[in-house]
Design a protein around this ligand. Structure first.
Ligand code: EPU
Length: 336
């Protein structure tokens, strides 16, 4: 691995050394990234990606940190955070998806255009999910109400096909731009994609941005649906506490007799388990909550405990939905 100049100015975008990651995740555990790069545009992202690869690192990608457990200690290598790539805009009317990602209608012209004429939005990867839902609601764009309350950013939401019983992220996707290993971008139209349950099947490539197509509807109706879903979610999930969302994917209903992961954990007594300050939510068995000072080790151990308990009592091998970044996994790339 090539040696890395220890000055932040050696990188082609904003860069931080030994950057704290816990506060950048919704679970609030974990240590530091040796390098954290913060590109503000897709072009800067490309430069940052290439710079990391040239120095021998495979960058890890950090979006809203909503589905992630970061290890304690220092994570060697490079993390690229998409926080600053947060733009959401309406494209020029009638342009193709590829062009839409590159073109923004000037604000002056936009005010005069009826949003229903071309009900699309372009989002860069770092736009937050709540910001996207707010924009859609304000424009009278229906389609994503079902994922109200999903935290994180659009990049992560697209990559993992975030969703729930009322709908999935990919219900509204027209086109997604992803990055290749060499930093080049490629556009994937909805028709050419094969998104699966909680996995958009993009080959692990970073999402750079997306074009979403909506169904124009009265704002009031959209607002009502969002409020109803959110209200329900608050009664069954610990939405205001520190967690990484659902720990496990739901198993194939044929194997589990239709029982969700949360219900299985509940049935086998998993809600009684805890490790340090990491507990299983009394509200929902598929959530681990950091009650204050939990470490990544507490959380990793509790996740394994839950997995093993369900396997022992039911024979069902639950699959982790949350991503785990282990300090010992050093990701290196060949340098030329
Ligand atoms: N249940 C229990 N005990 C529990 C939790 C749930 O008995 O502790 C039962 C519920 O009563 C219900 C069933 O299990 O009959 C399913 O629970 P819920 O409706 O909460 O849905 P889920 O399948 O657990 C899924 C997604 C959530 C999404 C919700 C709502 C997965 C793994 N989870 O949860 O997504 O918010 O539907 O749409 O697909 C996430 O992906 O991070 C996530 C939270």
């Amino acid at each position: 691995m090539a040696s890395v100049d220890s000055s932040p100015s050696a990188w082609p975008c904003a860069a931080l050394r030994d950057a704290d990651l816990a506060r950048r995740t919704t679970l609030r555990v974990g240590g530091q990234a040796e390098w954290l790069l913060e590109p503000a545009t897709p072009e800067e992202f490309q430069d940052a990606w290439r710079a990391a690869r040239e120095r021998g690192f495979v960058p890890r990608l950090l979006g809203g940190g909503a589905n992630l457990v970061v290890d304690d200690g220092v994570l060697p290598g490079v993390v690229i955070a998409t926080d600053r790539m947060r733009r959401i805009f309406r494209p020029f009317p009638e342009v193709s998806g590829e062009e839409a990602l590159n073109s923004e209608t000037p604000r002056g012209e936009m005010v005069q255009r009826d949003p229903a004429e071309d009900p699309r939005l372009v989002c860069w990867a770092g736009a937050t999910m709540p910001a996207l839902l707010r924009s859609a609601r304000e424009l009278g764009y229906s389609g994503l109400e079902g994922i109200v309350g999903v935290p994180g950013q659009v990049g992560g939401g697209v990559a993992m096909n975030a969703g729930g019983k009322w709908g999935d992220m990919w219900d509204c996707i027209e086109l997604v731009r992803v990055g290749n290993d060499d930093g080049s971008f490629v556009d994937i139209a909805r028709a050419d994609a094969d998104p699966l349950y909680r996995n958009a099947n993009l080959g692990g490539r970073p999402v750079i941005g997306a074009v979403l197509r909506f169904d124009p509807q009265p704002k009031l109706l959209i607002q009502e649906r969002m409020s109803e879903y959110l209200l329900h979610k608050r009664t069954v999930q610990p939405v205001t506490e520190w967690s990484a969302g659902c720990v496990f994917k739901n198993p194939d209903p044929e194997i589990s007799d239709g029982r969700s992961a949360g219900r299985l954990v509940d049935e086998v007594g998993g809600k009684e388990l805890s490790r340090g300050a990491a507990i299983v939510s009394p509200l929902h068995g598929n959530f681990i909550v950091n009650t204050g000072q939990a470490t990544a080790t507490d959380v990793f151990t509790l996740m394994e405990d839950l997995h093993d308990l369900v396997a022992q009592k039911t024979g069902i091998d639950l699959v982790f939905e949350v991503k785990r970044w282990r300090a010992q996994d050093v990701l290196t790339a060949p340098t030329s």
